[in-house]
Design a protein around this ligand. Sequence first.
Ligand SMILES: Cc1cc2nc3c(=O)[nH]c(=O)nc-3n(C[C@H](O)[C@H](O)[C@H](O)COP(=O)(O)OP(=O)(O)OC[C@H]3O[C@@H](n4cnc5c(N)ncnc54)[C@H](O)[C@@H]3O)c2cc1C
Length: 225
Amino acid sequence: MAIAAGAEIHGREALIGWEPTPGGGVRVTTTRGTYEAERLILSTGAWIGDHAPELARLAVPERQVLGWFQPQDSAPFALGAFPVSIVETRFGSCYQFPVFGVPGFKIGLYNHLKESGHADALSREPREADEAALRNVIREVFPAADGPTLALRCCLFTNTPDEHFVVDTLPGLPQVVVASPCSGHGFKFASVMGEVLADLATTGRSLHDLSLFRLDRFAAAGARP
Ligand SMILES: Cc1cc2nc3c(=O)[nH]c(=O)nc-3n(C[C@H](O)[C@H](O)[C@H](O)COP(=O)(O)OP(=O)(O)OC[C@H]3O[C@@H](n4cnc5c(N)ncnc54)[C@H](O)[C@@H]3O)c2cc1C
């Protein structure tokens, strides 16, 4: 849809850096070239701290592992029989899904083994300890799903101190919009975040109340990562 509306998408082209220009715009340098523009939107997920230092200690990557397990009996875990759900357990909050699209009962543990660090330093390779952490939950809460492991996948949350998003312009740089809409719950907001970022970049304001997502809220709250 973006391309149909005239957007130019450059895949496999990494942002290296950017700087404000005297005219109130930006100059962006990538692995393939340099661009000048009036506005810049930075939404680089777990790497946002590399591109907006103001967020380096406020949007912190954390390693997550999801698992798909083969239930002994799939019927109780089928779509329609099993809810998309979050359960509070002694191991922490786990989130799970009915068998849908790919084989297996999908489950994750919020904050998993609490491994934080730079996005490039966190392993994307699942380990035995990851599987064991998920299987502990399964054995206690969903014993009927305690079957063979089908798949394990690693990815990253980008957590803020209060687990709310950051959506704002950079201090003193209204031409640069930054977005860290994650803390493990940003996917469902993708469409409205797209709308908000487009409005902030084109009109400088949004129809939505963004006060919860202000960057300066942390300074005000004396929040630390
Ligand atoms: C295990 C797991 C389960 C989750 N479950 C849910 C859920 O059930 N519901 C929900 O709502 N959310 C969920 N989330 C959170 C959701 O996935 C994130 O909040 C969302 O993907 C954040 O979107 P984003 O656009 O900010 O970041 P991303 O989707 O990470 O996009 C950032 C993009 O920037 C690119 N990038 C980084 N650096 C550069 C660079 N230098 N140059 C160019 N490009 C760059 C990256 O390659 C990436 O494609 C989950 C996340 C995880 C990890």
